[in-house]
Design a protein around this ligand. Sequence first.
Ligand code: RUQ
Ligand code: CUA
Ligand code: CA
Length: 642
Amino acid sequence: MKNDHIPTPNDTTVWGRRRFLNTAALAGLTLGTAACADKESGGASTPAAPAAAAPQAAHTGASAHLKPGELDTYYGLWSGGHTGDLRVLGLPSGRELLRIPCFAPDALVGWGITNESKKIMGTKPDGHLRYTVGDTHHTHASYKDGNYDGRYAWINDKINSRIARIRLDYFVCDKITQLPNVQGFHGIFPDKRDPVDPAINHTTRVFCGGEFSIPLPNAPTEDRARYQSLFSCVDAETMEVRWQVQIDGNCDLVATSFDGKLAATNQYNTEMGAHFEDMMSAERDACLFFNIARIEAAVKAGKFKTIGTSKVPVVDGTRASNKDAQTALTAYISVPKNPHGVNASPDQKYFICAGKLSPTATIIELSKVLDWFDGKLAKIDDTIVAEVELGLGPLHTAFDGRGNAYTTLFLDSQVVKWNVDKAIAFFKGDKTANYVVDRIDVHYQPGHINASQSETIAADGKYLAVGCKFSKDRFLPVGPLHAENEQLIDISGEKMVLLADHPVRGEPHDFIIFKRELLSPKQVYDLDHNPLAIKDAKESGVFRNGKKVTVKMTSLAPTFSLREFKVKRGDEVTLILTNLDKIEDLTHGFAIPNYNVNFIVNPQETASVTFIADQPGVFWCYCTHFCHALHLEMRSRMIVEA
Ligand code: RUQ
Ligand code: CUA
Ligand code: CA
């Protein structure tokens, strides 16, 4: 690229020329690292940051630094990536407060070790975990009246197409569901209201996008016509899959409207290609809308099929079957080449679909989509109210509640702040509408972005976090694997101000940020939470039933109720431990050497483990969680008789 010209919204020369990334350009921006060091290596023209010179101009005094003992004002829920967990951060400090294991075992709490967690994770007939890997990307929380209600969060596992629910009172995963006939479950978003009964003003469904097309039902075939993707709806309470929609193309990210009527997914592979060059061969792909009430009516009317051994109703959302607007379940809206994130604006009016391989964002007006479904709008593509240029590699968009959007530009290593109304005015022909408000360099190659309360009606425009995929020189080197860099930006003023770098263990992907008062965490369990609870230390003991032995034990700092217990070699031992301590933060651990047992019990919590006592000898079971001055002395003795 020789042309150093910086395009502006007013620049009709550039505007008139659609700039897409092609296969040749991709070579120069493999993973974008090269493109970052040298912005001209991208092979396509790159809008520079006109405002990067004076980002400090409007500093509002916001700071990421908290005094010792000072509490954060926001919670952040962060996807953990392929560590398979969900992380809880305090913001603006960026301090990591907790990791909630979901899809992969976790040694701190004994996730995947205790019977209770194994039951949630899923086991094979031999009792071993079915899966020990996960790949979380997106997390979103349950809504009420357009804002978070603090009940649940959900997170996806792309590898094994599982969705986990996290209870936000105890901060634990309580259910995991695997989506049938789906591979590459990527985008996830809860609804915000019921489309069938608008009186139900909270989340009752979670929508899940299937990214990879597979033969339905899966079989080793080259018959490409049989490769298709499904969009799934999971019941928020039962976590059962309610229905699925068979579609053309694929699903990527997911967004939902505030009225509960619409969900959408961006499609980068309308070509249904098997290789990347096929997937980017078309100039335009789609943003696919789902009419939720109609889909539910079709399911109710029995207009569905099932696939393979799954009993989940699957309705037909393909293009050919949904041409008639007034009966259509789906609507395919044409958007530029290989789009990425689709995000709902907090004014409830628009979905914004980021271009990725196109330097644009597409603004789709939701009332017009409903008009099309009602037969009041002739052409579905007329739902697009703007398609404006932002910079190279737009991926995800956040909002400040003041009419501005913030989009990550992966290739430009920037965040661009732009005004939605002005972008629409510009697109309609008002070439004086300067919709780009500000640009800021981030470090480096940002993917996800989110602002405090961004996708709620209470978007407050205070903080913006940016998930940078590469940290490069920002932190001390620690060998080949670098920390990723979550940067915090103050967006309370006209100009964005970079506040802090936060190193995070890879591979965090998406996150949400919301006010701390929206959660009311519980710090002590209810004994009845687990039906196995041993409510009185006197109930402790060893109970034998043939070769099956149950060991019941309680903990109360600094003792376990059994000082020792005897079992026989070959016994199947189930050990149940209830922590009778009632004080918050008084957690005990329980480890058995050589038996691969270690788990914790929080105050008033009960957990159990089952193992075969296959090694004779004396085993000091000990508390692994510092609880008391006599923590080291807090032990029991397991004697396995030969
Ligand atoms: S995707 S960097 Cu898995 Cu969330 Cu957009
Ligand atoms: Cu109980 Cu340490
Ligand atoms: Ca494509």
